[in-house]
Design a protein around this ligand. Structure first.
Ligand SMILES: NC(=O)c1ccc[n+]([C@@H]2O[C@H](COP(=O)([O-])OP(=O)(O)OC[C@H]3O[C@@H](n4cnc5c(N)ncnc54)[C@H](O)[C@@H]3O)[C@@H](O)[C@H]2O)c1
Length: 366
């Protein structure tokens, strides 16, 4: 009975539900007994986790553009959700260099459309708005960023996420703060990994595609380190924040970081080798190093998650090895054991994750 059963029988509207995080989140909420309503532009990749697990049969799906304020507002007024979780975005850094204007309209105007629709809600509703760790102004220092640190990045994607934060802040102070029926929280998490992601230019996707064809994977930045975090980690944070806001256990209108354990920081090369080994391949033959990275990508951005620990009693659950195993098992089942029930496998991983969180005595998992 995770999250004090608060989502059972409730209507949860998720924007961007056909994407990577959205599909995992929809599946988890559906398994918790929520009535899930999705609002997305399209299914962003092929293959996609959304299709692999047959999610459209389990939820209510609407295809629409988040930038269309009236269409989104009408949908909210029709569904009357108890919760809104806003994930819809142009979420890829490299795409933001190719499509800067589209990235800004989707991430900034899209967020404004969500805030505007929230302004028109007359029933009780808890809203969780997702931006990114990239919303912080990355000054490339060694310390983790705190929720009070300066926002606004130098590249288009980071700038769009910083701008989305400003939009939320101004809607909050101008309108939403005075609405007794609305609870609102903002969340910032970093790069996530997990089974079911087929977005372009993501190393895991390149790996599993290569492994499934018996090819070696090309690595651009083998020495780059990332604080690898499984997708279920921030999702448990979002759902805990939704629970605590609804129960009045935390202040309204605040932002929270959800980041991984410090030990999760490994090089790209190490991750590729570990995935290959779990897949059953010779890890020394898994990768070919090409070493040319086309754009400036900030190398160091750590989140300080003390606030989530203090107020939500949340910390990340999985160890690096658990992440590697979850990911390799998910994709291997998809590519190799072709008749595997991917919905059931996804649910099994969610249940394993909840059990591990119970083992860590995390309040949300009790
Ligand atoms: N995946 C990560 O590593 C990561 C890291 C930090 C923050 N985030 C943030 O989390 C959120 C979800 O990320 P993801 O990885 O699941 O992204 P994704 O690219 O897999 O999915 C994006 C979703 O947004 C929808 N979408 C895009 N443009 C839209 C539009 N104009 N109107 C309506 N829907 C639209 C897509 O249809 C899809 O459902 C995003 O806000 C992203 O910036 C992701």
């Amino acid at each position: 009975m995770a999250f004090n059963n608060i989502y059972k029988g409730k209507k949860v509207l998720i924007t961007g539900n056909t994407g990577f995080k959205g599909t995992w989140l929809s599946t988890w909420l559906h398994s918790l007994g929520a009535d899930v309503y999705g609002y997305s532009l399209s299914i962003p990749t092929s293959p996609s986790m959304y299709e692999a697990i047959g999610l459209s049969e389990k939820i209510h799906q609407h295809y629409g553009d988040i930038r269309n304020k009236d269409e989104f507002n009408d949908y909210v007024q029709k569904v009357k959700p108890d919760f809104i979780i806003h994930l819809a975005a142009q979420a890829l850094v490299l795409t933001s260099y190719k499509e800067p204007f589209d990235t800004i309209t989707t991430n900034v105007i899209g967020t404004a459309a969500v805030c505007d629709a929230i302004r028109n809600i007359r029933w009780n509703c808890t809203c969780i708005l997702i931006t990114s760790d990239k919303a912080y102004d990355n000054v490339e220092w060694i310390w983790g960023y705190r929720e009070t640190d300066r926002l606004g990045g130098k590249d288009i994607y980071s700038g769009s996420k910083g701008a989305a934060e400003l939009v939320i802040k101004s809607y909050w102070y101008s309108f939403i703060k005075e609405m007794p029926n609305i609870k609102l929280g903002v969340t910032r998490a970093g790069n996530v990994i997990g089974g079911g992601d087929w977005a372009k230019d993501r190393i895991i996707v390149d790996c599993v595609k290569a492994f499934s064809k018996g090819e070696t994977v090309e690595i651009r930045s083998p020495k780059a380190t990332r604080p690898w975090q499984h997708v279920l980690e921030p999702l448990s944070g979002y759902l805990t924040l939704g629970q605590f806001l609804t129960e009045g256990k935390v202040d309204n209108g605040e932002a929270y970081n959800f980041g991984p354990r410090a030990e999760q920081t490994k090089t790209v090369f190490q991750l590729v080798q570990d995935l290959a080994e779990r897949w059953g391949l010779d890890k020394d033959k898994a990768a070919e190093l090409t070493g040319n990275s086309p754009f400036h990508e900030a190398t160091l951005l750590k989140l300080n998650c003390d606030k989530a620990l203090a107020y939500l009693h949340w910390h990340s659950t999985l160890h690096y090895e658990d992440c590697v195993n979850f990911i390799a098992d998910w994709y291997r089942a998809f590519y190799v054991d072709k008749d595997k029930d991917m919905y059931q496998l996804t649910l099994d991983q969610i249940n394993t994750y909840v059990k591990k969180a119970q083992g860590e005595n995390l309040e949300w998992a009790k």
